[in-house]
Write a protein that binds this ligand. Structure first.
Ligand code: BTN
Length: 243
């Protein structure tokens, strides 16, 4: 496995995408940074991380997705990989908040940003960015963030944790390749935050409403039963879950 270790970089996702534009990188190339100074989060947000405290890395996936209709399979596999690598440390009360936040006791402990590059021949290359809060104890104004040190009261070795995630990624990618997609999706739904429980949501307009998550569709939309009895599907930018 090709692992590139950096002391400091803006974003491991951006670095890996730039490398990919210039080199023929081997599948599963990993870029890990001790300090990420301009980390990218979902929805254009920043991913801030205290230097030398957390895990920030990106993995190149070249051979998994056969078409854009299966793009969300990768998200499901990556979410479960991060979820299980953290769970294996002995944490209870973990969940996956749609589409891919990893929560510990309702607070965010891990985030995932997948950027797909669709080549002219139809091939899909994905840069899978993973951030896990490990040894950072204080998150300032980010009241909804937590870390392993906050949950366990002790520090963790970041490299061991990264190897745990990489192992899980290989396991779930193989499961998808070997036609175990239904089981992988079932596991995702089993661990989905607030599935089947009345929950609050917010639209981009600021309007709030209550609904009950039914499932996540193959396209990655959140399927919600509204109070009116109507079922509605939302794409990632169309709704936010309040928690
Ligand atoms: C989120 O908003 O939840 C996604 C956060 C993803 C952060 C990781 S850290 C490593 C990789 N490089 C980035 O710039 N972002 C991802």
């Amino acid at each position: 496995m090709n692992i590139i270790k950096l002391d400091a970089i803006g974003s491991t996702n951006v670095y890996l995408k730039n490398l990919l534009a210039n080199l023929n990188l081997e599948n599963f190339t990993v870029v890990v940074a001790d300090n990420q100074t301009a980390g990218k989060g979902q929805r254009g947000a920043l991913w801030t991380s205290e230097p030398s405290s957390n895990l920030t890395f990106s993995v190149l996936v070249k051979d998994l997705l056969l078409g854009i209709e299966s793009i969300y399979d990768l998200n499901v596999a990556v979410s479960l990989s991060v979820f299980n690598a953290i769970k294996n440390l002995g944490i209870e009360g973990l969940s996956i908040k749609w589409p891919n936040d990893i929560l510990a006791d309702n607070k965010k402990i891990g985030g995932i940003l997948i950027e797909n590059i669709i080549k002219s021949n139809g091939e899909i290359f994905s840069v899978v960015g993973i951030g896990i809060n490990v040894n950072q104890g204080n998150f300032g104004e980010l009241a909804q963030a937590t870390s392993l040190v906050n949950v366990f009261g002790k520090e963790f070795d970041r490299e061991i944790l990264m190897n745990g995630v990489l192992k899980q990624l290989q396991y779930y990618f193989n499961s998808l390749r070997n036609d175990h997609k239904i089981g992988v999706w079932q596991e995702y739904h089993n661990n989905l935050y607030r599935i089947s429980i009345p929950s609050a949501f917010e639209l981009p307009s600021g309007e709030r409403f209550m609904g009950i998550i039914q499932n996540v569709s193959q396209q990655g939309t959140l399927v919600v039963l509204l109070e009116s009895g109507k079922i509605e599907e939302f794409y990632i930018k169309e709704v936010k879950m309040l928690y």
